[in-house]
Design a protein around this ligand. Sequence first.
Ligand SMILES: Cc1cc2nc3c(=O)[nH]c(=O)nc-3n(C[C@H](O)[C@H](O)[C@H](O)COP(=O)(O)OP(=O)(O)OC[C@H]3O[C@@H](n4cnc5c(N)ncnc54)[C@H](O)[C@@H]3O)c2cc1C
Length: 340
Amino acid sequence: MTKILENTSIKTYNTFGIDVKADFLCFYNSPADIKEIITNGPLHRDTEMIILGGGSNQLFTSDFKGVLVHPVNDFIERVEEDDDHIFLKVGAGCNWDKFVEYAVSHGYGGIENLSDIPGNVGAAPVQNIGAYGVEAKDSIYKVHVVSFHDGSEKTMSNEECKFAYRNSIFKSDYKNKYLVDSVTFKLNKKPEYISHYGTIEEELKKFDEINLTTIRQAIINIRSSKLPKPEEIGSAGSFFKNPVITSIQAEQILKKFPDMPTYPGEKNMTKVAAGWLIEQCGLKGFINKKGTAGIHDKQALVIVNKGEATGADIVEIAQMVQSRIFEKFNICLEPEVIIL
Ligand SMILES: Cc1cc2nc3c(=O)[nH]c(=O)nc-3n(C[C@H](O)[C@H](O)[C@H](O)COP(=O)(O)OP(=O)(O)OC[C@H]3O[C@@H](n4cnc5c(N)ncnc54)[C@H](O)[C@@H]3O)c2cc1C
C-alpha cells in the first residue's frame, strides 16, 4: 500500500524551499504502487501528475493542483561484474551523492566528477546530469521504467534514452508518461581520472596523490566554494543553460568583449558561459526590493531564495536577467530549471 499525503506542504521537498501545497503527494516504492494509484488512487481521476525527485531542478510558482509522485525506493544492488567493470542497479529514490560516495569508497570509477550534485538517482538519466567534463550518460548502462498508462515495465538501453546535453527522451516523449524506477550503471574497476577540467588540477595539488577519493574531495571543495548548500540557501543550482550561439555571432561579441569564455559546439556553433554574461551585467549579488530573492554573490548563474521567496519572486529575477542579457548581448537565455 503506497503512502499518500493530501493537501500537504512541499517546502521540504524542493531545494528552493518554496512553501506551496500539493493536492496529493504519493510515495513510490515499487511498480505495484503505480498500478495502485492509477486504478484506485488519485491518478484514477483525470488529474495532472508530475514526478518529483529531490526537487532540486523544479520551481513551484503556485500550489500544485494534482498528484506528485515521489520515488523513495532507495537501494544499491550489485548485478554483475567482470575484471574491468561492475554493474550496479540503483533505486530512483536513492540520493545521488550517496551513490557517488558508495562508488568512490568501493574503488569504482566513472561518476566521481559528478560528486555533490543534489537530487536523486531517478532524475540522473532524465537530466543527463553533468559536471567537470563528465555526464551521467557516460556510465548509464540501462534504465528500468514503469508506465503511468498501465503500470507495465520495460528496460531501456543507453541508446534508447536519447541522451544529449541536459536532455533525454524522459524530458520529451516520455515526460511524465514513464517513471524511472531504477538505473543500472557500468562503472570501472580500473578508473581513468578526468582532472583537466575547470580548476580540478589546481585543487588536487593540495593532496598527496590522485585517486577517486581525492578527486571527489577536490570537486566537493570547488563546488562548496561557489555553490550554495541547499540546506542553508534555497536554489536549484544553475538557473540557465549555457547558451549555444552561431560562431559568427560569437566572433562579433568577442570583438567587443574579448574576455568572453567560449567553448566549441557542434556545426559552427559556440557555447557561451551564461554565468559570465550575467556577471557582465553587474547582477552578481543582486537582491530584489523585497529582500526575498537574489543572485548568488559567488556564482551569478544561481538564483537564490534569501528567506521567504515565492516562486513568482524567483521568476521575476529570472525574467529581469533574461532581458538584461538580451539587451547587452542579443542572446536569449533558456532556463535549465523546470518552472511549474
Ligand atoms: C546547488 C545545486 C547544484 C547543482 N549542480 C548541478 C550540476 O553540477 N550538474 C547538473 O546537471 N545539475 C545540477 N543541479 C541540478 C539538479 O541537481 C539536477 O538536475 C538533478 O538531477 C535533479 O534531481 P532531482 O531528483 O532533484 O529531480 P527533480 O528536480 O525532482 O526533477 C527533475 C526532472 O526530472 C523528473 N524526474 C525526477 N525523478 C524522476 C523519475 N524517477 N522518473 C522520471 N522522471 C523523473 C522530474 O519530473 C523533473 O522533470 C544542481 C542543483 C542544485 C540545487
